[in-house]
Ligand binder design. Structure first.
Ligand code: B1M
Length: 796
């Protein structure tokens, strides 16, 4: 039986339990590579698989979780590990006495490096790494591909695309979530389902993360939106460390109680993760007949999302129209020069104005539109969690947008022409997006509503033939210029009412209606209200136009959508100050503080240049840049922003620092002494990648004439010691920003003092205090860059 057929039988598909736990019991040492250990010990691996199969497992995961070209040590290839792992799993199936259906699953885990913008790995490179695993897995003859323990939505997307584009095998995909209900990078379970479920995987779910009790709310969330089978592999409770090994706090009986609840919630693929072993799997298998897979019974609601925000189209939503070069000279210039900050600024302004979704249109003759789409998409998604809609007449540009979008998007647009439908609908389906359908075809825009409805019906029919759900189609009945064709506005509204009855959603670019008229906003807002009443779901408008926003927010009050008028009151309770709030959000007038907080790099740089004309560098550093990062840090801690936004803020500070540094150099150029006052090594300690503070210290020390050997960040203990010995250094400065990395600061100090008892060490970083610094053996504590200079003066 094929695994896809098994999923239709209504029976639970059983996976195995933890591999690491079992390998450790059989001799795997702490820190040893499990894939290599298993490769060298196929008998042990076969026996573990067989134990799981005999306990009731249907599907064994190959021992290939960390088998990617970046993680494997020299001398081992992805191909040899996968071939051996699949062969051993097959042999175990042969040996097993179980009479259940049995399958081999290629296990693909995270690469182990962060993708851009959180790390340096590109999406395309990640795709290639996963592709190599998939291609070999297919060749080795696996039955299913399981992509698991993912934390980053973009990484799991790269893996799933690699699997789908290079094999016909079923694909199951799971992520891990923390107790706050988000993945490590801030992804929501619902975003995972909408984005990855849309890519055509056969099952979606969660593994690892937590024990069954803590995992239940997450499983329930997944089941509440998933339209495909749900897979769950929980840990055996929560971990604690004993003798350097993690042990988990619940046994098979309690584990089964939790698993039962997963199945009742609708999960139909079950296994175990960290801490589980064959006794857990046996307990589940023996009891499966006592429980029925619950009906997920969830009604499909069309939605778009970013990793950390889902926007359901269950009430009228605002699509911000301004990232579009049409009629915007400054944006055209920005596109030509490759400046993405302009679009980022428009994005932030529109989000502040109340956009639920941001449209991105980079259509401009003479530029590389595909590249512009990708660059702007990446930058916009780094600074805001508002989902996006992509708009282009160039198919390659749309495909690029679909591919690199972190989340689920809307494609604007197809029309009734065959050529358009055939080029775009397959892409919409492949990437699991929603689509705007324009009611025009070879004949142009029909005058009468009835004909527009006919075109809509054809678009719906064709989209459904490609497997696109009706709810994910947003029909645009097109607004024409009322001053030229006065009867046309009514036809649009009439068509919209009819189209709405077809079970699709509707969308409309509203402002066309008023071309050529004075006081356009009056007509626009009246038309918007009428359109909303005719069933408009997605209003493509300028959210920074208060009249339009007033129309939509008032409509939601009148139609009892904004329950208790909460959102209306929130927006307008301080209506007199509203103007001020609005103008302060225009980024050209934003303060440096706000630019850092929002992560707008180029403008942070220009603002710094402007400020340096009459502001002291120290003021900018101490009163603006550092406090802005403090606010960012607090928001991160509270879960109000996530890693990508924190990275953008750090980038904005770095941009500002380059200017400050250049300014100091040019100011001191003529004063600069030819002879260095002495050499100092600076490093951020191992495990810590925070280097802004260290870089400020470097700038200051250089400014005072010291020669700095900057070893960078995440610097291993040995490297610091080697360099200090090689250069016969008298003074070393170490930075650490996290409670977890103060330990490696202590180790670095210890190693330095052992090799060079006479060396002096100063330390700094937000987690340190004077007392703590001396406790870990440092000679000096530098609270800030100025103190670092004072210390250098004393020692050198
Ligand atoms: Co991260 N981060 N971060 N982060 N980050 C903190 C430090 C955090 C406090 C945020 C929070 O949760 N509130 C928290 C640590 C919690 C803790 O352990 N107590 C944290 C975390 C958890 C993380 C990650 C684990 C997040 C994640 O991945 N889930 C991850 C860590 C990765 C790693 O290191 N392995 C991470 C990543 C990042 C970014 C990459 C996004 C980015 C760093 C970019 C970069 O540095 N290139 C970043 C940022 C920007 C921050 C915050 C917001 C700002 C840090 C900063 O640059 N401050 C920070 C929150 C905060 O501190 N408000 C936070 C400005 C800088 C000038 O101050 O470094 O203190 P500071 O330097 C001062 C003084 O301390 C002193 O002088 C400087 C000037 O006055 N000083 C020295 C510092 N070093 C010195 C050395 C000296 C002398 C003086 O002599 C050698």
């Amino acid at each position: 039986m094929e695994i896809r057929d098994y999923l239709k039988t209504g029976k639970v598909l059983m996976f195995d339990g933890a591999m690491g736990t079992m390998l450790q019991r059989n001799g795997l040492k702490m820190g040893e590579n499990p894939e290599i250990f298993a490769y060298k010990n196929p008998d042990i691996l076969r026996d573990i698989h067989r134990q799981y199969l005999d306990a009731g497992t249907n599907t064994v995961l190959t021992c290939t979780f960390g088998c990617n070209e970046l993680k494997l040590p020299e001398g081992y290839t992805v191909e040899m590990i996968i071939d051996n792992a699949v062969k051993t799993a097959r042999e175990a199936i042969e040996e097993s006495s179980s009479d259940k259906e049995k399958f081999v699953a290629l296990d693909i885990g995270p690469i182990g490096e962060m993708l851009e913008p959180m790390g340096t790995l590109s999406f395309d490179r990640a795709y290639e790494i996963f592709k190599r695993e998939v291609v070999r897995g297919v060749k080795a003859g696996v039955d299913v591909i399981v992509i698991e323990t993912m934390m980053d939505l973009l990484e799991i997307k790269a893996a799933v695309l690699a699997a789908k584009e290079n094999s016909d095998l079923p694909v199951f995909a799971t992520m891990t979530f923390d107790e706050d209900g988000r993945s490590f990078t801030g992804c929501l379970p619902e975003s995972m389902v909408y984005t990855i479920g849309g890519l055509g995987v056969d099952a979606i779910g969660v593994n690892c993360s937590l024990g069954p009790v803590q995992l239940l709310p997450i499983v329930e969330k997944i089941c509440s939106v998933a339209q495909i089978p749900v897979m769950v592999q929980a840990n055996a409770g929560l971990p604690s460390m004993h003798d350097g090994q993690a042990t988990y706090d619940i046994g098979p009986d309690e584990y089964w109680e939790g698993v039962k609840k997963f199945i009742e919630a609708g999960a139909s693929i079950i296994g175990g993760c960290c801490g589980t072993d064959p006794s857990y799997i046996k307990k589940i298998s023996d009891n499966l007949s006592n429980v029925e897979i619950g009906d997920k019974n969830n009604e499909y609601v069309s939605a778009v999302c970013s990793p950390s925000k889902v926007v359901r189209i269950d009430e009228p939503r605002v699509v911000g129209e301004r990232i579009n070069p049409t009629g915007r000279k400054a944006f055209k210039e920005a596109l030509k020069s490759g400046n993405t900050d302009y679009a980022v600024r428009l994005a932030i302004e529109q989000v502040n104005g109340g956009a639920d979704i941001l449209e991105i249109n980079t259509g401009l003759p003479g530029i590389d539109e595909r590249k512009a789409m990708v660059d702007i998409l990446k930058e916009v998604q780094s600074v805001t969690d508002t989902p996006v809609q992509i708009d282009s007449s160039v198919v390659e540009s749309l495909e690029a947008g679909l591919r690199y979008c972190n989340g689920r998007t809307i494609v604007n647009s197809v029309n009734g022409k065959d050529e358009s439908l055939e080029a775009i609908l397959p892409l919409v389906k492949k990437y699991g997006a929603c689509v705007v359908g324009l009611t025009l075809d070879e004949r142009g825009i029909p005058e009468k509503a009835e004909e527009r409805v006919e075109i809509a019906k054809n678009i719906i029919k064709r989209a459904e033939e490609f497997g696109i759900r009706r709810e994910d189609i947003y029909i645009d009945c097109l607004s024409l210029t009322v001053s030229a064709q006065q009867e046309a506005a009514y036809e649009t509204l009439k068509a919209m009412k009819e189209v709405k009855k077809l079970g699709v959603h509707t969308t409309l670019g509203v402002s066309n209606i008023s071309f050529g008229l004075p006081n356009r906003q009056a007509v626009n807002s009246a038309f918007l209200t009428l359109a909303l009443d005719a069933g408009l779901d997605l209003a493509i408008i300028n959210p920074n136009n208060e009249r339009m926003m007033e129309a939509i927010t008032s409509y939601k009050v009148i139609r009892n959508i904004d329950k208790g008028c909460t959102k209306f009151v929130e927006r307008y309770s301080d209506v007199d100050n509203k103007k001020d709030v609005k103008s302060s959000t225009s980024s050209s007038e934003m303060s440096l503080f706000d630019l850092v907080e929002k992560g707008i790099k180029d403008e942070a740089k220009s603002k710094t240049i402007e400020m340096l004309k009459d502001t002291d560098e120290n003021y900018i550093l101490d009163e603006i840049l550092i406090p802005a990062l403090d606010v960012v840090g607090k928001k991160f801690e509270k879960g109000e922003i996530f890693l990508p936004q924190m990275i953008q803020s750090a980038e904005a500070v770095k941009a500002s620092l380059t200017v400050i540094k250049e300014n100091l150099i040019s100011k001191n150029g003529d004063k600069k002494e030819d002879v260095s006052k002495g050499k100092i090594i600076l490093a951020t300690v191992e495990g810590d990648i925070h280097d802004i503070g260290k870089n400020i210290v470097k700038i200051m020390l250089e400014n005072y004439g010291y020669e700095i050997i900057d070893l960078g960040r995440d610097v291993p203990v040995d490297k610091v010691v080697e360099k200090a010995v090689e250069e016969n250094i008298k003074l070393v400065g170490l930075s650490a920003l996290m409670t977890t990395t103060v330990k490696s600061m202590e180790e670095t100090i210890k190693a330095l003092k052992e090799k060079m008892p006479e060396v002096k060490i100063f330390v700094g970083g937000a987690v340190l205090t004077e007392d703590y610094a001396s406790e870990i053996g440092a000679d000096f504590y530098a609270k800030d860059a100025k103190s670092a200079v004072e210390i250098a003066k004393i020692i050198l």
